[in-house]
Design a protein around this ligand. Sequence first.
Ligand code: ZN
Length: 135
Amino acid sequence: MADHIPFPVADGDSRPFWEGIAQHKLLIQRCENCQRHIFYPRSLCPYCFSDTLSWVEASGKGTIYSYTVVHQAYGPFAAQVPFVVAIVELAEGVRMMTRIAGAGPASVRIGMPVRVVFEQADENVTLPYFQLAEE
Ligand code: ZN
């Protein structure tokens, strides 16, 4: 069993996202045809099927769209319970599944403002989490 949580594997579509995270930038895609923001990373716009997508830096601000509290976990996650897994809606309109860092489950509510934080998981891997923010 690994002594750390599973790390993401960057592929062709997601590599720019993870390279941005390593530089503490939250990058999302924007369609050059219909101008909509897109997340998760992909090669075609899900709205107009254009393949002219560019990468833009998101504000890092969002709100908690939904969340759950993990009370039971195994392996490297077992020592971290309880923790909050949330779907955050970014100011740009896309939704992102993430962990809420630095806040106990009792202090998290739907609709709360959050902002991205970057956690160094090991010497090579940085992960994007969110923490509660002031309005
Ligand atoms: Zn489009």
